[in-house]
Design a protein around this ligand. Structure first.
Ligand SMILES: C[S@@+](CC[C@H](N)C(=O)[O-])C[C@H]1O[C@@H](n2cnc3c(N)ncnc32)[C@H](O)[C@@H]1O
Length: 96
């Protein structure tokens, strides 16, 4: 068990969950960044529509920050509903 979501990346490591993950709802991207920094996930899909008060500018800033993780970070700018069915059977879903 973990007491703080900041420990989540380490939990993934401890459980040897090193494959693919998904964060549904990314906003500024700080939690995606934290997961990528603290886990050994091969790829984290960061999905957000960024089309309301979470703006396109926020998406650009998140994408810029996450670009440091290169191929480990895949950003999908779209509604969850479009990807969820396809991803849920295969990957760990983080809804934060
Ligand atoms: C609370 S914020 C996410 C916070 C982020 N997980 C964190 O830890 O900093 C919720 C995000 O979900 C996104 N969102 C909400 N409903 C969505 C939907 N149906 N499809 C795509 N994105 C959605 C919003 O655009 C917003 O950026």
């Amino acid at each position: 068990m973990i007491e703080d979501r900041k420990q989540f990346g380490q939990l993934l490591k401890d459980k040897q969950l090193n494959g693919y993950g998904v964060e549904l709802g990314v906003a500024t991207g700080h939690f995606s960044n934290h997961i990528l920094n603290t886990s050994s996930l091969k790829v984290l899909f960061s999905i957000d529509r960024w089309n309301d008060h979470h703006t396109y500018q926020e998406y650009v800033r998140a994408a810029s920050m996450l670009s440091q993780h290169r191929e480990r970070s895949v950003i999908l700018k779209m509604p969850f509903e479009k990807q969820y069915i396809y991803l849920k059977m295969k990957y760990l879903i983080l809804y934060t």
